[in-house]
Design a protein around this ligand. Structure first.
Ligand SMILES: [Zn+2]
Ligand SMILES: [Zn+2]
Ligand SMILES: [Zn+2]
Length: 428
């Protein structure tokens, strides 16, 4: 099937440009040694002759890697300062750019692009944010920080550092969500459908559970401690445990509510993930007592995903965001390899066939990521194997996002699932 999709994209015409001339010899060599046809990776990452790319982000005009607009040096998404020329930097969420900013003599900044902004209050006051607020926006906080409902007690030593780690991960999450055109609305703006974050520390006798309930995402501050997070990862037998992974997992539960609660499309969810009405707390207790079910990797993306359909959805959703972010970063990195300057390639979710294209790009990219890590003596960056059933779930997440963000009812237009696959309802 992948071959037929490749064929339909006229890759034979594009292949010579990217593989034979544009891609540096080292990249070509890597793919030759790995036995991966380079066009299957490159053509998904870089645009065609028209300058268009099927992965173009809908909201973005430029992509990572970001660059300082004073000296042109590449900078990270998290930077507040250019390490080459010293310019103060901020991320401008309304443009999707990192830009230099300088004081204009008031509480406003003048951006290097001629627009006025205010630093997010968490930037100015606590140095835990690098986003800006457009001058005409009355909010004191940026679109990411305004989601906070409870922040850590900053009088406790170490809490500000821990909080900064969480906010950096939350901004990266929100960057992806905004670019997927998913709603990012705080509970202070919409008490019913908004989302909020509460950062809490354990107190003697009470441990904080990281989790989601009714649009409130609670984060245990202890997860910012690398040694403690690693201890928990080993204790739970997890191959991967990161702060960003927690955010991507928990927000999945929030969007599940937005997508499916009280919606007839639940029958489609159940046909892919099975019936979420099974005993949730009992399922988690069983999982933590007995571990994952046998041969879980044949059907689930992670061991924890096998605990309950809600967790299966959340793990699949989190992996989907891992894929979109890494693919987008790879797309934006072409300039670092001296490849031709195209019309700002990026990742887009625009058509029913693009999940296949995305997957086609992801498999060799994750292979490359793991090999780069191994070459540096590090553990695999993506220590997972995607079974065909797990891929089916990822495709479902993709299709839900496409439908939701294009205003379609989630229940409409699915391919027939076949008789007997819909559990517990009369639709289909
Ligand atoms: Zn600079
Ligand atoms: Zn902020
Ligand atoms: Zn969960």
């Amino acid at each position: 099937m992948i071959d037929s999709i490749i064929g339909s994209l006229s890759l034979a015409k594009r292949f010579p440009r990217f593989a034979a001339s544009a891609a540096p010899a080292a990249i070509r060599r890597f793919f030759e040694v790995a036995g991966i046809p380079i066009y299957r990776w490159a053509v998904q990452i870089w645009p065609d002759e028209s300058g268009r790319n099927p992965y173009r982000l809908r909201n973005q005009s430029e992509m990572k890697p970001f660059a300082c607009d004073v000296c042109g040096c590449v900078v990270y998404f998290e930077n507040t300062k250019c390490l080459n020329c010293g310019a103060a930097l901020a991320y401008l969420p309304d443009t999707g750019l990192i830009a230099s900013v300088r004081s204009s003599g008031t509480d406003l900044w003048q951006s290097g692009r001629g627009l006025e902004y205010r630093p997010c209050l968490n930037y100015r006051k606590h140095d835990v944010c690098n986003w800006a607020v457009p001058a005409d926006d009355p909010n004191l906080y940026c679109i990411s920080c305004r989601l906070n409902r409870i922040i850590p007690d900053l009088s406790v030593v170490g809490n500000r550092t821990a909080w900064a780690k969480f906010e950096a991960a939350k901004r990266r999450l929100n960057y992806t969500l905004l670019n997927l055109e998913l709603p990012v609305i705080s509970k202070s703006e919409d008490s019913l459908y908004g989302v909020s974050y509460e950062f809490k520390a354990d107190v003697p006798g009470t441990s904080v559970i990281t989790g989601h309930a009714g649009g409130v995402i609670t984060i245990n501050l202890g997860e910012a401690d690398d040694a403690e997070r690693e201890r928990r990862r080993l204790a739970l037998g997890e191959p991967y445990r990161t702060i960003l992974g927690h955010f991507r997992h928990e927000i999945a539960h929030y969007y599940w509510d937005r997508f499916f609660r009280d919606d007839e499309s639940l029958c489609k969810f159940r046909s892919v993930f099975s019936d979420e009405r099974s005993d949730y707390s009992g399922a988690l207790t069983t999982y933590y007592q007995n571990g994952a079910r046998e041969a879980w990797d044949e059907e689930f993306i992670s061991a924890y995903a096998s605990s309950h359909p809600w967790e299966d959805w959340a793990e699949s959703w989190a992996h989907y965001l891992h894929m979109t972010d890494a693919l987008e970063t790879a797309a934006g990195a072409r300039a670092l390899f001296g490849l031709p300057e195209p019309d700002k390639p990026s990742l887009a979710i625009t058509g029913s066939e693009t999940f296949e294209q995305m997957l086609n790009a992801w498999l060799p990219l994750s292979y490359l990521l793991n090999n780069l890590n191994r070459s540096l003596g590090l553990p695999d960056a993506y220590p997972f194997v995607l079974s065909s059933v797990a891929i089916k779930k990822l495709r479902f997440v993709h299709e839900c996002i496409v439908k939701y963000t294009t205003g379609l009812r989630l229940s409409q237009g699915w391919p027939s699932a076949g008789a007997g696959t819909c559990i517990g309802c009369t639709l289909d």
